[in-house]
Design a protein around this ligand. Sequence first.
Ligand code: ATP
Ligand code: MG
Length: 324
Amino acid sequence: MKKNVMLAGIRATGKLHIGNYLGALKQFVELGNDPKNECYFFVADLHALTTPFEPDQLRHDTLEVVAEYIAAGLDPKKSALFLQNHVSEHAELAWIFNCITPLGELERMTQYKDKSKQHKDNINAGLLTYPTLMAADILMYKPNGVPVGDDQVQHIELARIVARKFNNKFGQTFPEPKPYERKPLRIMSLKDPSKKMSKTGDDALWISDSPEEISRKLKKAVTATDGSGSDGVENLLLLLRHFGTKPQIQYFEDGLKQDTIKYSELKETLAKEIADYFADFRERKRELMSDKNKLASILADGAGRAKQTAQETLLEVKKKIGLL
Ligand code: ATP
Ligand code: MG
């Protein structure tokens, strides 16, 4: 039976918050565990070089994000989990794509415009050609679906343009990739519910936080309602719907309708449920981070599996374009 090929890149940013978990990681774990899928998950470490970085931090963040993915249930036996730099075919294919992609297509990318404004002192060429590397990441595996957030849809569109250009010039090779619609979900900041929870924002709720930390952060969560849709209570209820039991959800939803809800009680319940939910995760992450050899061997195995497909694609491409 032909499997559904799925592929997703992961930013090399270290630990993850509860928004990353519900919005991305949990959905990746579900895709990876579905036997109908053949999944490729890679840490986009080459992409990480386009914005300012420190070598030690990059090393640490890469391993931490890998450990968190595995600890949260991504099974590296079922899915190929690897580092982008370990499968050097990505960079090779990106070079070939650079040579067929019009400069104008790259210059009009929103992310390029935003990042070059943000990092005025480091507008490197990689920032501009980021999308051709991403097109290589994707097209390499000829996926049926690419689970991405809305912010990446323009990059999938560019990968479609690259595929079309390549196919027109050298013959049908790459199916045009389609975004795989993830369930839309946004967890808001606990301190300022008008903003999304973010790694770079204030005091995110990390999935690796200790029960004490979780409780401390939830206690301080803003629950004032200002009618502008930036409702902290609604955000806490959203979390409860993911981590609480049916009776708990019912109890607090009724309480909210009848205006009898006690915010402190909601926060305590939520803190306990979240802490329990991630208890195994915390333990597994600790084990993985203390066994770097094991992480290295998991990554080597993942790269080996990805390479089988990557080498095939690159050979096909080289033949078609006349590289001997
Ligand atoms: P940054 O603020 O640096 O952009 P981030 O918190 O947005 O960090 P990303 O690494 O950009 O994290 O996102 C990783 C994944 O998590 C993406 O797929 C993104 O859509 C998802 N995600 C990020 N924040 C949230 C959130 N608050 N709620 C739901 N999903 C989120
Ligand atoms: Mg983000």
